[in-house]
Ligand binder design. Structure first.
Ligand SMILES: Nc1ncnc2c1ncn2[C@@H]1O[C@H](COP(=O)(O)OP(=O)(O)OP(=O)(O)O)[C@@H](O)[C@H]1O
Length: 406
């Protein structure tokens, strides 16, 4: 039961209600542990916060640190801030954090600038293809795609302005990420003071560590100031405690677009308010699903409560992509139908439900024809975990997988 705060008395904690409004609750009614809290408190609640000193120690003493942080642990948004607070950006140096996708770069940079209370483009900035929101003199934490960092190497092969480079979501193993990792390993030989952080929720930490462990002697002696250990350190961080219940279909589905649309409609009919994020494979699928959903919503009994259906893929304009982050009228339910660009590093605050088709478009190289194709193929378990994680970022959620248990 909601309470009302009487001015002059101690302000009770705030809690989001199911419909997206804010209710005032007594402390004892807040069992879930989520709700409105200051950004500083939110930061402290992230699992990675208690590893702050360990991370800083490992980065200080090891050339490469591998952080296996489960989804929602806070690695992307917090580690660059820890490094900045510890002085890794002093003296005009810059901390870089790469992401495989442009949308993630923009979203994470914007969140970190908000957490630090600074204007995006000044102390915290980002660079993606065709867009550079950094300031040469003041940017200390820079988010960028791995492709952009590779391009920077053409001008500055040793990436001299960076003190720490964090390669995030390294499990995705895109060609850019792989080439970047290989070149960073070479740069480390020439710049022993450079620190690398390789992070991911699902990386094979041991094989990554073996790759970066070099027995060749670096300039200077290990253990001396500025000459870190060459053996990579590995740190595991548990995920955020918001529970995501997973549901599977009993029989295989023959049409994953239709199945996703039906799942969205039954969530809309039966589940409490909360936005829905649907993963399909590409623009064609997404446009078809938007059409089907709009038609279904018009014929549905509960259409009065309304669905706001929004597509999300990399070919959309920036303004259309930004719509997925915008609030919608109270009482409506947002349905974002996305490719895997929403799979990692993205927080869509209202999302409580994820519908996973189990497919994505993947690049396959055919060595016989020497042609690279985009093929619709089943996703990996790592991707499925990342997708489900989008439902539990700020509150408990549910993930409906339109596939059999694997
Ligand atoms: N834009 C945002 N709005 C609200 N909360 C956010 C936002 N961005 C991040 N958070 C909060 O911070 C948490 C940690 O986000 P972060 O991206 O650092 O995690 P992560 O460990 O890198 O996860 P992932 O591997 O899934 O990207 C999220 O679970 C969410 O609770």
């Amino acid at each position: 039961m909601a309470q009302f705060w009487k001015p002059g008395t101690e302000r009770p904690p705030l809690l989001d209600d199911d419909e997206g409004g804010i209710l005032l609750y007594s402390a004892s009614s807040s069992s879930s542990g989520y709700g409105y809290v200051s950004i500083e408190k939110q930061r402290q609640r992230l699992p990675v916060f208690k590893y702050r000193m360990a991370i800083l120690y490992l980065v200080e003493t090891h050339a490469t640190t591998i952080v296996v942080g489960e989804t929602g642990s806070g690695k992307t948004t917090q580690i660059p801030q820890f490094l900045k607070e510890a002085g890794w950006a002093d003296g005009g140096r810059v901390i870089a954090c790469t992401q495989p996708r442009r949308l993630a770069v923009q979203a994470v940079a914007s969140r970190v600038s908000e957490e630090m209370g600074v204007k995006l483009g000044e102390e915290v900035g980002y660079t993606i293809r065709f867009e550079d929101l950094t300031d040469r003199d003041s940017t200390r934490i820079k988010f960028l795609t791995d492709g952009v960092l590779l391009r920077e190497m053409m001008e500055d092969p040793l990436l001299t302005k960076y003190s720490v480079i964090m390669v995030d979501e390294a499990h995705e193993r895109s060609i850019s990420t792989d080439v970047l990792l290989g070149l960073l390993k070479k740069i480390q030989r020439r710049r022993p003071e450079l620190r690398l952080i390789i992070s991911s929720a699902t990386i094979e930490a041991k094989s990554m560590a073996a790759f970066f462990h070099t027995s060749k002697k670096r300039r200077g002696l290990e253990g001396e100031d500025c000459v870190p250990k060459t053996e990579p350190a590995i740190l595991s961080v548990e995920g955020r405690g918001f529970n995501v219940q997973i549901f599977y279909v009993e029989e295989p589905v023959s049409d994953y677009i239709q199945a996703a649309v039906s799942t969205v409609m039954s969530i809309h009919d039966q589940e409490p308010m909360g936005d829905i994020l649907v993963f399909l494979t590409g623009q064609d699928d997404i446009d078809a699903a938007v059409r089907l959903l709009t038609e279904e919503a018009q014929n549905n009994r509960k259409s009065s409560s309304g669905l706001v259906v929004l597509p999300l893929y990399s070919g959309l304009s920036r303004a259309d992509q930004d719509l997925v982050f915008s609030p919608i009228p109270r009482g409506k339910r947002k349905v974002v139908i996305s490719t895997n660009i929403a799979e990692t590093s993205l927080t869509l605050e209202g999302v409580s439900y994820v519908v996973d088709s189990g497919f994505s478009k993947q690049r396959f190289y055919n060595p016989i024809s020497d042609i690279e194709n985009l093929v619709v193929a089943p996703i990996s378990k790592a991707s499925a975990r990342q997708r489900a994680g989008r439902a539990g970022r700020v509150r408990p959620g549910k993930c409906y997988r339109d596939m059999r248990l694997f």
